[in-house]
Structures are given as C-alpha cells and as structure tokens.
Design a protein around this ligand. Structure first.
Ligand SMILES: [Zn+2]
Length: 421
C-alpha cells in the first residue's frame, strides 16, 4: 500500500487535530483519588466522541470514568483478529496545561526558537531539532507544556480512523479504540472497561521519536514516607525537639545521588523524590523507584525502608513510616511470548519509511498494566520530544508517519496475524 499520494492530506489532518486537542486543558491531578482525577478531561473526551460520530464511526461512547470507546467494524468479508489502539487524554501535572497556545514553525531553518516568556529552544542543547530542518515544528509559547504527550497519539489514531473511513479499499479487521484518562498519574487503566474489549492484543501510541517502538518498560514502585517529629517550642527545644522538616531533609540527603534520574540513562534505574510537604511537626515525602530489573527495584525499596528505621534509631522521638506499592511491571516477559506482535509492528514502521528502533521505555504506559491484565500492549512512537515541560516540541512529519504506521499496522494485522493467536 503506497500512501505517498496522501502525504499532504494526512499531514494537514493530523496537524489540524493536534492543534485543536492541545488547546483543551486536560491536566490530571495525582492528589485526587477519583477517576477521572479532573473533570476537565471530559471536555476532550466529549470532543473526540463527537468527532468520531461525525466521521461515521459506530459504537462510540464516553464512560462515567471518562474512557472514550469506539469500534470500527471489520471490512466486509475480513475475519482478522481484532486490534485495540490506545492513547491518553490527560497531560502531566508537572507543568500547567491550561491555555496551551501552540506555536507553529514552518520550514524550520535550524536556528534557536524563541518560544516566548523568555524561553528559548536551542538546537545546541536539543540537537534532535536539526533532524527536522525544512519541516514544520510545533512548540509551546514558553508558558505551559505542549501536551504532545499524548495528544499527538490521540490525533494520530483519529487521523488513521478518518482515513480508513474514507478509504474502504484499505481492508482491516475490527479496530477497537480507547482514549484513557489519568495515564500521567499512573492510573490510566484503573477503570478501563475490560469487558468491552474483545481484542487480545493492543498498541499504545504514546512513545517518543519517530521509528521508536517499545516492548519493555520500567518496573515501577511508589514509596510514601511519613515522618512524625517531636514538637516543642523552639525556645526550650534543646535535646527534645525533633523537627520533621529537618528530618525529611536528612532522609532525602541519604538517597544516592548517583541513582537519580539526572545521573542515569539507558538501562539504569533510579530513585526520584517527586513531592515533599510538611512542617515542624509532620512531613511527608513521596518517591518513585524505577528499574528494568525487579531485583534492583526490590533493593531500592528495601533501602528506603531501612533508611526510615535508621533515622528512627538516630532520633528516638521520631516516628517514620515507609510504605511502598507497585505501580506497574516491566511488560517484556509477556510481550516476548508473542513474537509476531513485534514482527508485525516492525514491518508497519518500515512500510511507513522508517527504520524501527526497539527501545526500553524509561517510564511506563497504559500498556504496562494492560499487559499485566493479559492484553500484551507494546508502545508505538507518537513523535514528540522533551515531554512534560515547556520545551516540549513535535515535528508534524513524525505525526504523519505515526498515522501511516497505524494504517500499515491494521493492514498487516489482517494479513499476517494467525486467526487463533
Ligand atoms: Zn504519555
């Protein structure tokens, strides 16, 4: 299937959708226990449901928990196994996603980009930009994140569906689509309507640079440290006071700096404090622990627990409680049991004109937990860079290539996947 003649059409469609979706404020909130964690995610969910219905997709709905579900029936006479595609609606709470005002740099010339608000995206610091000279690049205006993670994925799936609706000659099996809330706070599949899914395999469109595909992710734990000090007036505190703020500082200082995100890359894992709150009497620290190797995760969690005990011994009036919980597991073992899944995906990426690069994800996706739930779900690039911050950017050609990858994937899935896989 040659899509060259459709490049302009696909590019315009995916760009237009992306610019529309990033303007919708969908920041999630890790402090809210409900799903969705923020009601505003419904704004994008309803917008997408409306657009899906307008393009004639049957069986579209938005669940009470803000999952958009849609089904594109198989082409007449095609009996391929169904396939599920996912992307997430929310953006990371690390930086504001309100009032996103994307900037479009057409025919990018390789120079530093003055984003606005005093921020500059400089290829000297981010040389990937130079791979896209002559292309259209989309950035923030410096005041918010962009939300390419994961509105690029949403736009790419929507564009692919639009194309399939308009081009019945591209035959495919049943395609199921779910847009999820709250992926960024690790709860993207908490309320996923599992009973609705008939596909045995899925793909998330939630990766980075074009060509990258991912079947391996971190194993992830979250650790909560509660520190209770011993409070007394500072004027008469000698040998009595245990200051919870100071103790939180000591706890954090004892975490190996060499095992931080800023000191590691590739296959090395880390500890990362993500939040501290508290006062004189009581403090709380939240950390995340990540590694591809479960034994390394276990070692770090054990260290954090021991660290609490050690400080308690050093400050007998204090109480330190350390609680750890698993967030998601490395999906590699499960996916590698079905080698055809990655084979077909690699073929699809090649058909889109790219060399597939298999990378371990230094993070997780909805697919990590879906894989645990029994639906192997590798991740496909969505094309963006520098996620979760004001330097986030995405080349439009990479979004078009992701859309093309989806189209090739559904076509190849029909031809190459065994009926009883
Ligand atoms: Zn994402």
């Amino acid at each position: 299937m040659d899509l060259t003649q459709y490049h302009a059409l696909l590019t315009d469609d995916v760009q237009e959708r992306f610019l529309r979706y990033v303007r919708v404020h969908t920041t999630s909130d890790r402090h809210c226990e409900e799903t969705p964690s923020t009601k505003r995610q419904f704004d994008l969910a309803h917008l997408l449901a409306r657009e899906l219905k307008e393009m004639g997709v049957s069986q579209v709905s938005v669940t009470d928990h803000c999952y958009v579900t849609a089904r594109l029936p198989a082409s007449p006479g095609v009996t391929a196994p169904p396939l599920l595609l996912l992307a997430h609606l929310d953006t990371a709470p690390d930086l504001s996603g309100e009032g996103v005002s994307p900037r479009l740099w057409e025919s990018y010339d390789g120079s530093p980009l003055e984003l606005g608000h005093g921020y500059r995206l400089d290829p000297a610091e981010y040389p990937d930009l130079l791979d896209y000279i002559g292309d259209t690049v989309i950035t923030t205006d410096g005041s918010t994140l962009l939300g390419a993670d994961d509105k690029a994925g949403v736009a790419e799936i929507m564009s692919a569906l639009r194309f399939l609706q308009d081009h019945p000659e591209v035959e495919h099996g049943l395609i199921e689509v779910i847009f999820t809330p709250d992926e960024e706070i690790g709860r993207g599949v908490d309320k996923i309507p599992l009973e609705w899914i008939t596909a045995q395999f899925a793909f998330t469109l939630d990766g980075g640079r074009q060509g990258s595909i991912e079947a391996e992710c971190f194993s992830a734990w979250q650790v909560q440290v509660e520190i209770e000090g011993y409070v007394i007036h500072p004027g008469s505190a000698k040998n009595k006071l245990v200051n919870a703020v100071a103790l939180a500082g000591r706890y954090l200082a004892a975490i190996p700096q060499a095992e931080s995100p800023e000191a590691t890359e590739g296959r090395d894992g880390f500890y990362c404090p993500v939040e501290v709150r508290g006062d004189y009497g009581r403090a709380e620290i939240e950390l995340i622990v990540r590694d591809f190797d479960q034994a390394q995760v276990d070692r770090r969690v054990a260290y954090l627990k021991e660290l609490g005990k050690t400080l308690e011994l050093a400050y007998p009036r204090s109480r330190i409680e350390v609680r750890a919980r698993q967030q998601y597991l490395n999906m590699y073992d499960t996916i590698s049991r079905h080698p055809f899944v990655m084979d077909v995906l690699e073929k699809a990426v090649r058909a889109a004109g790219l060399e597939p690069v298999l990378e371990p994800i230094r993070g997780g996706t909805d697919g990590s937990r879906l894989t645990e739930m029994g639906i192997p779900t590798p991740n496909i690039f969505a094309g963006g860079f520098n996620f979760h911050g004001r330097y986030e950017w995405i080349p439009v050609s990479a979004m078009r290539r992701a859309t093309e990858t989806i189209l090739h994937l559904v076509r190849l899935w029909k031809d190459e996947v065994p009926e009883k896989s």
